[in-house]
Ligand binder design. Structure first.
Ligand SMILES: Nc1nc2c(c(=O)[nH]1)N[C@H]1C(S)=C(S)[C@@H](COP(=O)(O)OP(=O)(O)OC[C@H]3O[C@@H](n4cnc5c(N)ncnc54)[C@H](O)[C@@H]3O)O[C@H]1N2
Ligand code: MOO
Length: 407
């Protein structure tokens, strides 16, 4: 918008779409074949948690790769122990017939059993007595007991878990070929914003949405690249977007999404690529922007923090899931509404709720929290989100609802 000389507001383009978000999302996802974002890289095993393994990894060495004692005690030759009993104890001369070993130590050659220290009677510093025979192989972890050299350790396609990484390292695999994480550029915008750590003057606001987004992006298995704050300046924003498109697969522009004088996102997407959606029928988060520039995905997330978080959840999460071919499951819970919440027909509304358990019935009771999209504390306080569908004018007290958990 702009002001004419009589200071009246002149509308340039105020209308936004009012599409169902599912329809906008479907069209958006269809614009990006997942394969076009998939790349592979070789990285140290220690950094590969949560990554998809591209090639089956086979053990370079066996584990253990030497016969290892499984207990603290002495290594013996089992043949020297046969016949030992309470009535006929056998003496073992240390350094000759027995060697002291701790758990994990190599069992010296020619020794084929370990007797636990609890089962020894010390006669002198050089001699111990045993009262039961040792079975050959007793308390010895043989070569390859865990992993044989050349054995497949983790099959291709596995999303690597902590113990997968441990097994790879045990098999002397130091590096693995994995799928790259999608890269998400996060561009906070707004002349009023100042970097966290700065004391804000009146009119200035501490920038924090990029930290929320970075956390979400990492939770959803992608790499976040947070850019410095861009002022509300069309040329500056365009330059940032050009750079971000070169560096990332997905560019998230935060704020500047609605119809204000300094809201440039939709304009820039239209100029540089294809604007698919500007505005969906949800509250909060209505002015979301979806598009593409040079085959990269562009998402304009509304600036209010709750709108930012919700629209990221609705549009960025599914795109990352498509690229990674992996769903990050939502946690849900059935609850009963503590009181009535009215909602606008035709708009899907997402309400933050607190949950309380009725210890007698075991039922969960959901109470709505303040609705403002600028109230970050509503997310801090909330246990979950309730979605009131477009077709509904609200929920009534006692109604059974499904809550998307935030904890
Ligand atoms: N005339 C109209 N005004 C507005 C409409 C509308 O349809 N017509 N939509 C409203 C809705 S709904 C939303 S949501 C907001 C979205 O606004 P923008 O995406 O353009 O964001 P801004 O106006 O720049 O910022 C809103 C608010 O959020 C703060 N903000 C922005 N970025 C950050 C950040 N990185 N960290 C922390 N806080 C941030 C910003 O300072 C503002 O206070 O528009 C309504 N207006
Ligand atoms: O869409 Mo806005 O996020 O309702 O306030």
């Amino acid at each position: 918008m702009s002001l004419d000389c009589n200071h009246k507001i002149i509308a340039e383009k105020i209308y936004l779409d009012n599409r169902p978000w599912e329809e906008a999302l479907e069209e958006f996802l269809a614009a990006f074949p997942a394969e076009s974002f998939r790349r592979e890289e070789i990285i140290p095993v220690s950094r590969a948690l949560g990554r998809r393994l591209v090639e089956t990894a086979t053990a370079a060495i066996a584990s253990p790769h030497f016969p290892a004692s499984a207990m603290d005690g002495i290594a013996v030759r089992s043949e020297n122990t046969f016949g030992a009993s309470d009535s006929k104890p056998i003496k073992i001369v240390l350094e000759k017939e027995g060697r002291i070993v701790d758990t994990g130590d190599e069992v010296p050659q020619d020794f084929d059993a370990v007797i636990m220290v609890e089962h020894l009677q010390v006669i002198s510093p050089e001699e111990v007595e045993i009262r039961a025979p040792a079975i050959p192989g007793q308390h010895i972890r043989s070569i390859g007991e865990d992993i044989n050299q050349g054995d497949p350790i983790v099959p291709a396609g596995t999303i690597l878990r902590p113990w997968d990484l441990g097994a790879l390292l045990a098999g002397a695999i130091a590096q693995v070929k994995v799928e790259c994480q999608p890269k998400v550029a996060i561009l906070p915008t707004g002349t009023e914003l100042v970097q966290a750590g700065t004391v804000p003057e009146p009119g200035q606001l501490i920038e924090f949405n990029s930290t929320i987004l970075k956390g979400l992006v990492e939770e959803w298995g992608a790499e976040a690249i947070v850019y410095p704050i861009t002022a509300d300046d069309e040329e500056a924003l365009q330059k940032r977007v050009e750079k971000a498109i070169e560096e990332a697969d997905i560019v998230v522009i935060n704020a500047g999404s609605s119809a204000g004088r300094e809201d440039y996102t939709a304009k820039i997407v239209t100029k540089m690529g294809t604007l698919l959606t500007h505005g969906v029928a949800i509250k909060p988060g209505k002015p979301v922007i979806l598009g593409s520039i040079a085959n990269k995905a562009i998402i304009g997330l509304p600036g209010y923090p709750v709108s930012t978080a919700l629209t990221a959840r609705l549009f960025l999460k599914p795109l990352l899931e498509k690229i990674r071919n992996l769903k990050v499951e939502d946690k849900k819970l059935e609850a009963k509404m503590a009181r009535k919440i009215p909602s606008t027909l035709g708009v899907e509304e997402w309400v933050r709720v607190r949950l309380e358990k009725n210890e007698q019935t075991g039922e969960w009771l959901a109470s709505p929290i303040k609705r403002g999209a600028g109230v970050i504390m509503s997310l801090v306080r909330a246990d979950g989100l309730l979605c009131i569908p477009r077709s509904s004018e609200g929920v009534v007290a006692g109604e059974k609802v499904e809550i998307l958990l935030l904890r």
